[in-house]
Design a protein around this ligand. Structure first.
Ligand SMILES: Nc1nc2c(c(=O)[nH]1)N[C@H]1C(S)=C(S)[C@@H](COP(=O)(O)OP(=O)(O)OC[C@H]3O[C@@H](n4cnc5c(=O)[nH]c(N)nc54)[C@H](O)[C@@H]3O)O[C@H]1N2
Ligand SMILES: Nc1nc2c(c(=O)[nH]1)N[C@H]1C(S)=C(S)[C@@H](COP(=O)(O)OP(=O)(O)OC[C@H]3O[C@@H](n4cnc5c(=O)[nH]c(N)nc54)[C@H](O)[C@@H]3O)O[C@H]1N2
Ligand code: SF4
Ligand SMILES: [Mo]
Length: 724
């Protein structure tokens, strides 16, 4: 008779951090449910978490290192041999061409993995390269930017207190599909319903009527890339009517005078013309927001990855601060995580210490915009990237104009990928090193607890043993670091040389804000790893508490309302507005993205249970536009941009603004050479929208990729085929 057991852990597939209750027999998973006793997630779960074991069981998942031989065929090799080859090849490139000739891309799952979070930084340091990249620069860079320039540290990112707010305005976020981003908290539907249940209101601005628009109180269409004008319109009304109330922040802000008249030209009528949002809506919402005691403005991907992403996040924070909706319950607040990465790492923060070689774009916190990666490989000269390490990333599908990167990857002298699959990126590597699955590792969320709507600590022990001899992500990073360090004449930092992830985590918890060693009064009841492990379902320390001024790391210890980078950026935008808008032709559209609850960026389409049903890789288009173009539903269209074209079925709907089309990212699995079963599934392989996104479209202030609002031309495939 098989004995079934229960295992408790945190799902590390997205930012929500749902507690899982996994029933298993020691070898196989029997069921995955939401853990009702997890004090943070209270039983919530999504289809991805419910199928987390299908990634573990996926026959396509790699388990042994693979080397591409001279004939281009894959051979199994031993772990030690692969570490030595990689060390040799990478150091050879560095010795011959300099440290910058090797680039490192740390992909999205890095931040969802304890071992990688701890050890990838060591590897980064050992490489001493200026060519470091991650999805930060096509994602949340504006959040870090205001963290740094306004509050003094890139991780000082204000989080909306959704559990206690009564008035929640969202720009460009779709939490019902994404489960919340830079707002970790499970169960978005329940959260929205409970705001409504206490008499509150939720408002959403999005060019598409999304899954989230269906549960909020008000959804307003807004033209892509114009959110900043709406926010400036709110600021104009607040300043003109003298609705400013700084509350307890009065003695903690600087720059109030400098921002006094910055929004005066953004009158409601002008804002309506720029954004498509009726002037009365701006007037009413601004008043409601100001009058509500507990209100908050929040923006996510749609507001971050657009040409004015940095300015949007700046003005949104300025608004929350000026209206007494900041550092107070129900407003935007700073979490206090049990492991404070800021304190532990003593991060050196910077902006503009060096610039990319070709386009001269500045680094931020040691990393360059991912949009320059391909050109740094393809442009000859000193400092050209000739070697690449990708760790948990699929940039051949994820990055702007990834087609160009696909051209560049085969030309590299050497490439290594640390990944669980042979996919569109890793197939280009010379060596692939596969770490264990998500159920075979210990986990603690070091990063997303910094964005959590209430403070928590939960440890997830390893459930299953990996294949014998298989190395964990952190061991791979450590082995490679040792080899790269030889050339750099550096060493692993002291604790990383001797301690494993559990020991490092224990140290961080003990010395963290709730830790046993944080003060003598906590000596008997403070936090340690043992205490967290014993709690099984996790410990919740309650909601966010006011943290200003203690949390601020700025030079004068105050909130910087008027940092120069933003003031300058705003002046440039105002200049652009003096140019006459171009007339739109019927074929011209603005492109926006899309996420779906049952997929996860570029890598979970291989789970059959998630991709069941109709093809989700479609171009959504408004019924009126489709009629004008004579299109029928599911007809193939050609979407052409400045960088290329893709063929994709159109999905005709009323749920999108006229003049806008929406295409999801992360598809394009049909490309040859992968070992993914989805590659041969014509219904779900899809096409890659990043074959047509333009790497030159950036948020000027931050350097973040500007996916939203890119101009594209749409034609019927049959018409394009007719044209010689
Ligand atoms: N057009 C467009 N492009 C976008 C976006 C968009 O909205 N529109 N979104 C952007 C955003 S926000 C992000 S975050 C990026 C994501 O882009 P990437 O950083 O490329 O991340 P993923 O696409 O999630 O790919 C993750 C990779 O990690 C592997 N992996 C999964 N788990 C592990 C693990 O535990 N260890 C290791 N070693 N590997 C693992 C997977 O097999 C996969 O290859 O895409 C960006 N690209
Ligand atoms: N199921 C699932 N969950 C995920 C992911 C996933 O791939 N699948 N990815 C994870 C990652 S890496 C991230 S970064 C988060 C992202 O989390 P979210 O930001 O919540 O998710 P998105 O679906 O990207 O939502 C962006 C919304 O912005 C809208 N939008 C586009 N352009 C504009 C604009 O100019 N203005 C306004 N106001 N809106 C605009 C889009 O229509 C879209 O609905 O999700 C995470 N969670
Ligand atoms: S919402 Fe995110 S954390 Fe929760 S189960 Fe789904 S993928 Fe996992
Ligand atoms: Mo992301």
């Amino acid at each position: 008779m098989t004995v079934t057991k229960k295992h408790y852990r945190v799902c590390n597939l997205c930012e929500a951090m749902c507690g899982l209750e996994i029933e298993h027999d020691g070898k196989q998973v029997i069921s995955v449910k939401g853990d009702p006793e997890d004090p943070f997630s209270k039983g919530s779960l999504c289809p991805k978490g419910a199928l987390i074991h299908k990634v573990h069981e996926d026959p396509d998942r790699l388990k042994v290192p693979l080397l591409k031989n001279d004939d281009g065929e894959w051979e199994e090799i031993s772990w030690n041999e692969s570490f030595d080859i990689i060390g040799g090849k990478i150091n050879e490139i560095r010795a011959k061409h300099g440290n910058d000739a090797v680039a490192l891309y740390l992909g999205n799952p890095t931040v969802h993995n304890l071992g990688m979070m701890l050890f990838s930084g060591e590897m980064r340091r050992s490489l001493k390269t200026k060519n470091f990249f991650s999805p930060t620069t096509m994602d949340q860079l504006p959040h870090h930017f205001i963290g740094y320039h306004v509050f003094g540290h890139a991780l000082n990112m204000p989080i909306p207190d959704v559990d206690r707010t009564d008035y929640f305005i969202m720009f460009g976020a779709n939490p019902i599909a994404s489960n919340g981003s830079i707002m970790s908290g499970c169960g978005p539907v329940e959260k929205i319903k409970s705001i409504q249940g206490r008499g509150g209101k939720v408002i959403l601005f999005d060019p598409r009527a999304t899954e989230t628009s269906r549960v909020v109180d008000e959804h307003h269409f807004i033209l892509p890339g114009t959110d900043v004008f709406f926010l400036l319109g709110m600021l104009q009304l607040i300043q003109k009517n003298d609705w400013i109330q700084l509350g307890h922040l009065k003695s903690h802000v600087s720059g109030l005078e400098k921002i006094k008249n910055i929004a005066e030209e953004f009158t409601p009528d002008r804002v309506e013309a720029l954004t498509g949002v009726p002037a009365p809506v701006l007037l009413r919402l601004t008043k409601e927001y100001v009058l509500q005691d507990r209100a908050v403005l929040y923006g996510r991907m749609g507001m971050s990855t657009q040409e004015h992403g940095g300015l949007c996040h700046w003005i949104a924070s300025v608004l929350n601060i000026l209206t007494n909706h900041f550092d107070r319950e129900g407003g935007a607040m700073f979490p206090k995580p049990a492991v404070d990465v800021k304190r532990q790492k003593g991060w050196r923060l910077s902006h503009g210490r060096w610039h990319s070689r070709v386009r001269k774009l500045p680094e931020f916190d040691g990393e360059l915009p991912v949009s320059v990666m391909a050109e740094e490989m393809l442009t000859e000269g000193k400092g050209q990237i000739r070697g690449l390490i990708t760790f948990a990333g699929n940039p051949a599908l994820s990055t702007p104009n990834a087609k160009r990167l696909e051209e560049a990857l085969p030309k590299l002298d050497f490439m290594v990928s640390i990944d669980i699959f042979m996919n569109e990126t890793t197939k280009h590597a010379d060596i692939i090193l596969p770490p264990p699955s998500h159920l075979e590792i210990d986990h603690y969320d070091l990063i997303f607890n910094h964005f959590a709507v209430s403070n928590n600590a939960k440890f997830s022990p390893q459930l299953f043993q990996p294949k014998e001899g298989q190395k964990y992500d952190w061991q791979i990073a450590k082995e490679l670091t040792k080899r790269f360090s030889k050339l750099s004449k550096s060493k692993l930092s002291f604790p990383f040389r001797y301690l494993n992830p559990r020991q490092l985590l224990n140290l961080a918890l003990l010395t963290g804000p709730y830790g046993k060693w944080s003060s003598p009064s906590r000596w008997f009841n403070g936090l340690s790893l043992n205490k967290v492990i014993a709690s099984k379902h996790g410990i919740n320390f309650g909601g966010m508490k006011p943290r200003v001024p203690e949390v601020l790391n700025t030079k004068d210890g105050k909130i910087q309302l008027a940092a120069d980078v933003f003031l300058k950026g705003l002046e440039e935008v105002k200049l652009l507005l003096t140019e006459l808008p171009e007339q739109r032709t019927i074929n011209e559209f603005q492109l926006i993205g899309r996420r779906h609850l049952r997929s996860n960026n570029s890598w979970m389409h291989n789970v059959k249970g998630l991709v069941r049903g109709k093809n989700r890789c479609t171009a959504m288009m408004n019924t009126i536009d489709a009629t004008t173009l004579g299109l029928e539903d599911a007809e193939i269209i050609v979407v052409q941009s400045s960088t290329g074209g893709i063929e994709i079925p159109v999905e005709i709907t009323d749920n999108i603004m006229s003049g806008v089309i929406s295409i999801p990212h992360g598809f394009g699995h049909g490309k040859k050479g992968t070992r993914l079963s989805v590659a041969s599934d014509p219904n779900h392989a899809g096409v890659s929208v990043n074959d047509i996104t333009d790497q030159n479209r950036l948020d000027k202030v931050t350097g973040n990729a500007a996916f939203s609002g890119q101009k594209v031309a749409v034609r019927k495939l049959s018409e394009v085929e007719k044209t010689p």
